[in-house]
Design a protein around this ligand. Structure first.
Ligand code: CAA
Length: 256
């Protein structure tokens, strides 16, 4: 299926989604979010996909929500249509999804990257929440997710001044998992995604769910949740296969 604002590829068990509005630095308009959500639904329903990668272009992952679309919005429209709600599909994905960020990841672009499970950054990546310069504040999770990633002091400074953070700083403060040369970004993201996609799919999904639980609950509740899920994994054939393969000194063949 052809899309107007994204490009979609399959690399064996990895689904690759490229944001593709080059004339607007991949600014996130309602068409793009709708198309992204359609592809997420399709990849999630497809047993042949074990992991996804979301990326942009060399110049921009995404330069934020589309300011030209938002400029004339009224309060009743933003309240009644609640357009940001449709952006939440990504954070509800059950399968692992990696953000591969080169260039600008600003405003909603930074928020979209943070809604993925982790961020691989090119050395050209620049992150920021510049909404305050437009007379608004982050509206797609930026004040909450950035604070959880980098702590209060850094998040407060970023959101109040709108300054950008380069890739080295983003790695130092834990916003991104790793920085790679820009030319290698997509290949590296696909390689990492393949590693994940080759694991047991239900176990990878449950691992994602458990790590995310750490952001939603107390330590004691999170540990209890982890214990129950761990115990339940002994019902999967993949547990027998993984442990038997280790003992037999061979690669496991997970069922998925
Ligand atoms: N929305 C709409 N169009 C955008 C855009 C955006 N967020 N960001 C860039 N563009 C457009 C520009 O208007 C320009 O279009 P024209 O050629 O038609 O003028 C084109 O993309 C190229 O942009 P620039 O000429 O500005 O490129 P640059 O290299 O000089 O600057 C930039 C790059 C620093 C990223 C600059 O474009 C910029 O500051 N963009 C806006 C960033 C921003 O404020 N993002 C937050 C948006 S609000 C938000 O996201 C709310 C939320 O939390 C949900």
């Amino acid at each position: 299926m052809a899309y107007e604002t994204i490009l979609v590829e399959r690399h064996e068990r990895v689904g690759l989604i490229r944001l593709n509005r080059p004339q607007a630095l991949n600014a996130l308009n309602s068409v793009l979010i709708g198309e992204l959500n359609t592809v997420l639904d399709a990849f999630e329903a497809d047993r042949g996909i074990g992991c996804m990668v979301l990326t942009g272009s060399e110049k921009a992952f995404a330069a934020g929500a589309d300011i030209k679309q938002m400029q004339d919005y009224s309060y009743p429209e933003t309240y009644l249509d609640d357009f940001i709600t449709s952006w939440e599909r990504l954070s509800r994905a059950r399968k692992p999804i990696i953000a591969a960020v080169a260039g600008f990841a600003l405003g909603g672009g930074c928020e979209l990257a943070m809604s993925c499970d982790f961020i691989l950054a090119a050395d050209t990546a620049k992150f920021g929440q510049p909404e305050i310069k437009l007379g608004v504040m982050p509206g797609a999770g930026g004040t909450q997710r950035l604070t959880r990633f980098v702590g209060k002091s850094k998040a407060m400074e970023m959101c109040l001044t709108g300054r950008m953070m380069d890739a080295a700083e983003a790695e130092r403060v834990g916003l991104v998992s790793r920085v790679v040369p820009a030319a290698d970004l997509v290949a590296e993201a696909l390689k990492v995604a393949k590693t994940i996609a080759d694991m047991s799919l239900p176990v990878a999904m449950q691992t994602k769910e458990s790590v995310n639980r750490a952001y939603e609950t107390t330590l004691a509740e999170g540990i209890r949740f982890e214990r129950r899920v761990f115990q339940s994994q002994f019902a999967f054939a993949d547990q027998k296969e993984g442990m038997t393969a280790f003992i037999e000194k061979r690669a496991p063949k997970f069922q998925r």
